[in-house]
Design a protein around this ligand. Structure first.
Ligand code: HEC
Length: 134
């Protein structure tokens, strides 16, 4: 078989397709790790929320959301900003409540950070949403 014939064979085509898929998967993994949303306003909100998260939540939930009751990969948290905001405001179980300690802006920032980090891509949580839940 000449190189040309081989190039036209199904095997060469499937190897090429596999290489392209593998390259695409690798790019996706890098994008997910960097976790910087494309929208610059959202990226800034996530960054601001991260420092508030580290100050108020890390002690129990860990810097990556995997300590104690895990927040990262938590199906209740990742699909519903209301569930998360309500937990911050009311403090379920042994968790302290943050209704008095944090402003609506701070809580929206923390929720935006969590819901757009660790593989989550929910989008922004607004200050109005938090105010409406007080
Ligand atoms: C003093 C430790 C502590 C701190 C600080 C803390 N939490 Fe918690 N958190 C807990 C505990 C304990 C639970 C489990 C409560 C229960 O018994 O249901 C919990 C539960 C939660 C839940 C519900 C999880 C689920 O699966 O239902 C969310 C969401 C949450 N915390 C978010 C936060 C955020 C955001 C912050 C920071 C603003 C924070 N927590 C700060 C201890 C803490």
């Amino acid at each position: 078989m000449t190189a040309r014939e081989w190039g036209r064979s199904g095997l060469a085509r499937s190897l090429l397709a596999f290489a392209l898929v593998a390259a695409g998967a690798r790019d996706g993994a890098i994008a997910a790790e960097a976790a910087a949303p494309d929208d610059p306003a959202l990226a800034a909100a996530v960054e601001a929320g991260q420092s508030l998260y580290l100050r108020n939540c890390r002690v129990c939930h860990g810097s990556k959301g995997t300590a104690g009751v895990p927040l990262a990969g938590n199906p209740k948290v990742r699909v519903d900003s209301g569930y998360l905001v309500n937990a911050i405001l009311t403090g379920p179980g042994y968790m302290p409540d943050f209704a008095a300690a944090l402003s609506d802006e701070d809580i929206a920032g923390i929720a935006t950070f969590i819901l757009n980090s660790w593989g989550n891509d929910y989008g922004p949580v607004t200050v109005d949403e938090v105010s409406g839940m007080r």
